[in-house]
Design a protein around this ligand. Sequence first.
Ligand code: ZN
Length: 110
Amino acid sequence: MALRADRQGPHRVAFEKNKRVLLKTHNTCGICGKPIDKTLKAPHPLSPVVDHIVPINKGGHPSSIENLQLAHWTCNRQKSDKLYSVKDEAPKVVGNRNLPQSTDWASYGG
Ligand SMILES: [Zn+2]
């Protein structure tokens, strides 16, 4: 089952629950290892966000706590920028809808 949305159905419920657990039990960023000030709110760069350790589009679980970690907003952002810049060698002018041919879309939708 390759459900990739973490914002709908059972995954959303589990994600929200695990987010609360992480906020309660973790104080540091899973990416840079530094403390997180939980009083900060997005879009503050150092506000807490829940990061998918393995991104959903790389096969990571959308809502399992084993695939979630607390991270700084900015660290999470840099992580995804890095993931996409490594993979995406196409020029930036490519429109959002032009998905790279290199991606194995056939493996989605299971
Ligand atoms: Zn961080």
